[in-house]
Design a protein. Structure first.
Length: 143
């Protein structure tokens, strides 16, 4: 019997990866190519971030990838002094949400952003980031 190779690329994502197998494992390959990608439903045009393999609106699985590029508007942010298990070394960090119009991106602010410079409504861009433990994620940087 041939051994089936497990596609566990997603284990490389985030400080702590909560899953290694997903239907959107290409997301990690794109991060390695320095691209943050979402998915778009080819049937109804809905865009998703985080990427989804299936559209909840029209139930299609006919998706294509698109790059999260340009600037998003900072909707909200919150500085964390306490983190979940596994994230202690990253503290303090600031979680935030950017509005790109058709979709929103939830993530972290880049550590080099000064707290005094952060204002709701400001423009930020989403960039790939390498974590000290070799994992990949993405952060929001000055536009
Ligand atoms: Zn759809």
């Amino acid at each position: 019997m041939a051994e089936k190779k497990v596609d566990d690329r997603f284990k490389k994502f985030g400080t702590v990866s909560f899953t290694s197998i997903s239907k959107i494992n290409d997301f990690v390959d794109y991060l390695e190519q320095n691209k943050v990608m979402g998915t778009k439903c080819k049937s109804c045009g809905l865009t998703f971030f985080p990427p989804r393999a299936d559209c909840y609106k029209c139930l299609s699985s006919n998706m294509e990838w698109f790059e999260v590029s340009g600037n998003g508007k900072l909707l909200s942010f919150s500085k964390l002094e306490y983190g979940p298990v596994g994230f202690e070394k990253d503290l303090p960090y600031t979680i935030a949400i950017l509005d790109y119009g058709d979709y929103k991106v939830f993530g972290r602010l880049a550590t080099e952003l000064k707290e005094s410079d952060i204002k709701v409504g400001m423009e930020l861009k989403t960039v790939v980031n390498s974590l000290p433990n070799g994992q990949l994620n993405y952060v929001f940087q000055k536009a």
